[in-house]
Design a protein around this ligand. Structure first.
Ligand code: SAH
Length: 214
């Protein structure tokens, strides 16, 4: 794996594109510039790695569109040392962005192959503070709760109660909710234990599924 001059050039353009679409968080834009996305994709797609598009990865899954990653990350409002739970490790790209922002990341994947592959890649890249779990993410990770932030990167038919229960006070859950298309939602836990819900743009994600796959 090499990160060459032309990769960096294309990455700079990608960051401008994402910025032009409305992403303003400078830390998110910096992380996106720093992270070689082509490491997370199959060799055949290398020249497309810096297009603002989702691409197929193993096990019939996708690496999310950069704009979507930036959008969800911006909504999370990551602070250094935040404890963040991600459901849907996939390629590991989103987890890597969170790690670059200084978060302590707990990421869950239900596909065994993807879980192993992304774990290996992120260790090889020397990214720090990421723990990988091969699990069904629907129930979250009660043994490590509460989390300052929770991000779901697959389409959820509804908001899982178990995830709300694992939010710290003041914490955000960012989740795409819906069947055919999804509305990005951000749920914040108030000090009195109630929740505040905000609705954002529409997206299209792969489905949130039950159970595990070897
Ligand atoms: N964050 C990923 C996006 C991957 S697509 C990236 O940056 O590349 C969504 C991922 O969610 C897929 O890998 C899919 O297998 C996983 N997924 C779907 N339902 C899940 C569940 N219940 N628990 C854990 N992972 C799940």
């Amino acid at each position: 794996m090499k990160d060459l001059f032309w990769h960096k050039g294309l990455r700079k353009k990608l960051v401008s594109t994402v910025k032009a679409k409305g992403i303003t968080d400078i830390n998110v834009l910096h992380a996106m510039y720093a992270l070689p996305r082509h490491y997370f994709m199959e060799k055949a797609f290398e020249e497309h790695a810096y297009e603002d598009k989702a691409f197929p990865i193993e096990s019939g899954q996708t690496i999310s569109q950069p704009y979507t990653v930036a959008y969800q990350t911006q909504l999370l409002n990551i602070k250094k040392r935040d404890k963040v739970l991600e459901i849907g490790t996939g390629s590991g790209y989103q987890a890597a962005i969170l790690s670059l922002l200084g978060a302590r990341v707990y990421t869950i994947e239900r596909h065994h192959k993807l879980h192993l592959k992304s774990k290996k890649l992120l260790y090889a890249m020397g990214l720090k503070g990421i723990r990988f779990f091969f699990k069904d993410g629907y129930k979250g990770l009660a043994e490590f709760a509460p989390f300052d932030k929770i991000i779901v990167t697959a389409a959820a038919p509804e908001i899982p109660k178990s995830l709300l229960n694992q939010l710290a006070t003041g914490g955000h859950l960012v989740i795409p909710v819906g069947d055919v298309t999804q509305t990005m939602m951000r749920i914040t836990k108030n000090a009195d234990g109630t929740f505040h819900t905000e609705h954002f743009e529409k997206f299209k994600f792969v489905p949130f599924l039950d159970g595990l796959e070897k």
